[in-house]
Ligand binder design. Sequence first.
Ligand code: FES
Length: 142
Amino acid sequence: MVGGAVGVPAVLSALSPSLKRREDENWQAVGPVEDFPLGEMKKAVVSVPRDDWARSLREKGVFVLRKGAEEVIVFSRNCTDLSCPITWDPGSEWFFCPCHGGIFSKDGEPQAGPPKIPLYRYANRIREGFLEIDLNSLPPMI
Ligand code: FES
């Protein structure tokens, strides 16, 4: 009985790679979660360490939508057509892409133009009151 119970996590892990903890997670703080008002889209900038000799930083823009006390969506700033940086229009509550006229809804779903897939979302978590994102949770080249 004990042997069967010990083997269950290994079997689940083998059957579903998504249950496995990834080795390459790269969590970075976005900011205090209280800085993101409920229901409001807010742009944020994350400082990302470069992998160079100077250990310099570059900045990555994201859009944060806090849907509940612990429920947050963090969108990539890049269009899913050809990766142009999108903008958020609070009046219409749409994302716009300036390159080929792509439009996305507040939930990141494509509405018009060439994009056929939703905006990419970062894995996120709240730790000690800070929103963090896993920079490696998007597909490569985003
Ligand atoms: S890159 Fe955004 S619509 Fe083409």
